[in-house]
Design a protein. Structure first.
Length: 125
């Protein structure tokens, strides 16, 4: 899945993550190293090191989860998709210079490094 994302959006300079098992995997570390992608770890108990994710989680909880009533799983899914499309495609974000995430991503895709060929996820075990 990360290879698909890199192919679509470009290769990032670094990936910030917590110290969860998916990012301490030796195979993932080797793969990221081959792609020349740095790993930036968030210290345990230090959520302020990843303010963007913390801000998003707060916004999602306050603007969506706290105000919607989900009659069924299907309703929850469709409302979540609609909220995500609005959040990423319609709302300007101050942290992005008051443009939408979709516009920011399209600008970055043009300027990112060329995507190298990727190994399939199944080969990274």
């Amino acid at each position: 899945m990360m290879a698909e994302l890199f192919s679509f959006r470009g290769v990032p300079q670094c990936i910030r993550s917590d110290n969860g098992p998916e990012f301490v995997s030796k195979a993932i570390q080797r793969w990221l190293s081959q792609l020349e992608i740095d790993s930036l770890y968030i210290e345990p108990g230090a959520p302020w090191e990843n303010g963007y994710a913390e801000s998003f989680n707060s916004r999602f909880r306050d603007d969506f989860l706290a105000v919607e009533v989900f009659e069924s799983l299907g309703t929850a899914r469709s409302l979540t998709v609609a909220w995500k499309e609005d959040y990423n495609g319609q709302r300007p974000h101050s942290s992005l210079g008051y443009i939408t995430p979709a516009e920011f991503a399209s600008r970055c895709a043009v300027s990112n490094r060329a995507a190298p060929s990727f190994q399939l996820h199944s080969e990274i075990t």
